[in-house]
Design a protein around this ligand. Structure first.
Ligand code: 13P
Ligand code: SF4
Length: 302
């Protein structure tokens, strides 16, 4: 990174009392300059503890929206407002209402990769790092898990005491991996352990040695004795894996690139701090409803 760019960024951060948060999937140039890097749960938890007036979220739209819902008095800026997670939109109000009409004893469990409007219709939010724990501890027997079908099926398999009904949403990056590509990597690197994100299709998860959130994958790679890993999640995670485990070898699946995460850049962070044109605005009536399932997640997901 050029010294002048860092200087401009630091001046703007000071002027706006700003802090930069980044998800593990954004480009390494951002992870290098971010104040905090983490998975969805860490970032949602962290934002409420920060004293800064302005929070810049380098990630996708729902991440900025969640931070705004939990911190309505702060200025939350996205880096690129068009960076959106397609899965966040793969559920409708009508589907939720139909499920609520069908079951009396139902909890609508909403993956954080969802729009604020959908969170507002849900009972509790989860991320991939706390979904199992939260679903296990809910009173309701029937769980409508939205929007991610793959994560829902993974939860259903792991928490057999519940009737988990899976929605049919999916992450295009994790769902569309060719299982033969993973099999080829496994035969090329037979000593490597497979670490996979639960958004992957069950054909991929059945070949994994460990299934977990981005933070969970990094922790496992660091703590496991194995020296070589095949990583089944978005390739941006390579920055932190290589930083945390400089002597270990990682193999990635070439197609696993989230183009929305890649819309973030350092020059756009500078533009956002200058213009504030990417500020996240959430209607007060939605904030009031959506903060309930998000706060419940923060309490239950610890
Ligand atoms: P994590 O919560 O594991 O960081 O995942 C976020 C995400 O978007 C995965 O595709
Ligand atoms: Fe959404 Fe998938 Fe990108 Fe994550 S990797 S932000 S789930 S499209």
């Amino acid at each position: 990174m050029e010294k002048n760019t860092i200087k401009i960024l630091n001046q703007l951060k000071e002027k706006e009392d700003a802090v930069i948060l980044a998800h593990y999937y954004v480009d390494s140039e951002i992870q290098e300059i971010a104040d905090y890097i983490g998975d969805s749960f860490f970032l949602a938890q962290l934002a409420s503890k920060l004293e800064n007036k302005t929070i810049v979220m380098a990630g996708v739209y729902f991440m900025g929206e969640s931070i705004k819902i939990l911190n309505p008095d702060k200025n939350v800026l996205l880096v690129d407002k068009t960076a959106d997670c397609p899965m966040a939109h793969m559920i409708t109000k009508e589907k939720i209402e139909a499920m609520r009409n069908k079951y009396d004893d139902l909890a609508v469990v909403c993956y954080i990769n969802s729009t604020a409007n959908i969170k507002a219709l849900s009972d509790v939010c989860v991320t991939s790092s706390n979904a199992l724990k939260i679903v296990e501890n809910l009173e309701e027997k029937n769980i409508f898990f939205i929007p991610d079908g793959n994560l829902a099926r993974y939860v259903a398999k792991s928490v057999q005491s519940k009737n988990v009904i899976a929605n049919d949403g999916y992450c295009p990056v994790h769902n569309n991996i060719d299982v033969n590509e993973l099999k080829e990597l496994k035969s090329k690197f037979p000593k490597a352990k497979v670490l996979a994100h639960p958004e992957c299709h069950s054909d991929i998860l059945s070949l994994a040695d460990f299934i977990g959130s981005t933070k969970g994958i990094i922790k496992m790679a660091k703590e496991d004795d194995c020296q070589e890993f095949i990583i089944a999640t978005e390739k941006g995670i390579s920055y932190m894996l290589e930083k945390e485990c400089p002597n270990k070898n990682f193999h990635f699946i070439d197609s696993m690139i989230c183009h929305d995460m890649k819309l973030n850049s350092v020059s756009k962070i500078i533009d956002a701090l200058k213009s504030k044109a990417t500020e996240v605005i959430v209607d007060k009536s939605i904030v009031d409803k959506a903060k309930i399932p998000l706060n419940r997640m923060l309490e239950m997901g610890q």
